[in-house]
Design a protein around this ligand. Structure first.
Ligand SMILES: [Zn+2]
Length: 71
């Protein structure tokens, strides 16, 4: 019983190790994606394309800043 439990714990630890690794790579991939905050209303957008759409609908009189200004 004790042996079986120890094995289960070891497996759980291993799974955690692996999921942690996956999480790290996910964060790495997520960091690559451009995160954009609207300078006009501080709304957070996933990427510059969304910001363009946001500007077109919410701030049509303003010019959308270039993607380079958010890097
Ligand atoms: Zn805005």
């Amino acid at each position: 019983m004790v042996r079986g439990a120890a094995k289960a714990i070891a497996q759980e630890r291993n799974a955690k190790k692996h999921s942690g690794k996956d999480k790290k790579s996910e964060i790495g991939a997520g960091a690559k994606a451009l995160k954009v905050t609207c300078p006009m209303c501080k709304l957070q957008l996933i990427n510059h394309h969304q910001l363009k759409d946001h500007y077109a609908s919410k701030h049509p009189k303003e010019t959308c800043p270039p993607a380079e200004s958010f890097q």
